[in-house]
Design a protein around this ligand. Structure first.
Ligand code: 13P
Ligand code: SF4
Length: 304
């Protein structure tokens, strides 16, 4: 029988033997973070994906993140540790919908949140993540932007970049959108001294009440630099746990107990072990044509 510690030791041994790099999104659990070579937000994972030296990359996160690695490093073997882990928002729009939007909005620059499928990226001009969206959109030559599919992130970006004409279509994150203004009022009442830090996937009326709006890494960096003692966290509740581990002298409270992404939580340490053993996970396979067309969209984001 394994303990967490013996399983982690076995994973460290296997990844070295098999020349595997483990990338873990910020929402992965603490036991997975401890065996990962890199942890961070979607933007950080993309940068890392492009420069990994190992032959195989194991992604602990959701499918679009593993697809991004494959697109940026097509010669590598890319594994998704939990094949069932998808981001529901990534499936909210299809290629036909974008084609018909382009007819309605000809000459608009199509900006896709990175939480989209590889196929959808083939018909978009540039990707953004929550940490890069404001800077990238501000720097685009075009004034007219079609932003898909997260209307909450899009609305927050529109406020930061009022000089652009941004049309928002058509969805959002079902996990973050559950958080309400009532949740904010109740958390503020219970913790009046705490700073409120939220992810821009939250509804615009929730983001409007926050002390800071930023990506998963942005939220963690804010805490690192802050001299505050208490924080209310408005994103997936795994971040509350990570912050509590990193800063035991400070207190962290979830904005909503419901902010749990079952897809992000699908991956277990045992999945990582099975994947490294070669009897679990899924190898990401994408058609060359899809990778070529989608690559431009991601590379433009990284070069912006
Ligand atoms: P980050 O880019 O902030 O890590 O967000 C990814 C995500 O899926 C948030 O729900
Ligand atoms: Fe997708 Fe939302 Fe889960 Fe992030 S939290 S992976 S956007 S469903």
């Amino acid at each position: 029988m394994y303990t967490t510690k013996t399983l982690q030791d076995e994973i460290r041994k296997l990844k070295k033997e098999k020349d595997v790099c483990i990338l873990a999104h910020a929402y992965q659990s603490q036991d997975i973070w401890e065996v990962a070579d890199y942890t961070g937000d979607s933007y950080g994972l993309s940068l890392e994906a492009a420069k990994v030296s190992q032959k195989t990359v194991l992604m602990c996160g959701v499918r679009f993140m593993a697809e991004t690695v494959k697109i940026l490093s097509p010669q590598k073997k890319v594994l998704l540790s939990a094949p069932g882990a998808g981001c529901p928002m990534a499936e909210q729009m299809d290629v036909e919908a974008v084609h018909s939007l382009k007819e309605t909005y000809p000459d608009y620059t199509v900006v896709a949140y990175i939480n989209t499928t590889a196929e959808l990226k083939t018909v978009c001009d540039i990707c953004v993540t929550s940490s890069s969206a404001v800077k990238i959109i501000r720097g685009l030559a075009d004034k007219n932007i079609l932003f898909i599919p997260d209307c909450s992130l899009g609305a927050w970006v529109s406020q930061q970049v009022p000089e652009k004409n941004i049309v928002l279509v058509q969805g959002g994150c079902p996990v973050h959108q559950q958080i309400t203004v009532v949740d904010v009022m109740s958390a503020r009442e219970r913790h009046p001294q705490a700073k409120l830090l939220v992810h821009p996937e939250c509804l615009p009326e929730v983001s409007a009440m926050a002390d800071y709006v930023g990506s998963t890494t942005g939220i963690m960096e804010y805490v690192k630099k802050s001299d505050g003692m208490e924080f209310i966290i408005g994103t997936e509740n795994s971040i509350v746990q990570h912050l509590a581990f990193d800063y035991p002298g400070q207190r962290f409270y979830p904005l909503s107990a419901a902010c749990i992404c079952n897809d992000m939580r699908r991956t277990t340490l045992m999945d990582v072990y099975h994947c490294l053993q070669g009897n679990g996970g899924e190898e990401i396979m994408l058609a060359d044509e899809v990778m070529e067309k989608a690559r431009g969209c991601i590379v433009r984001m990284m070069e912006a």
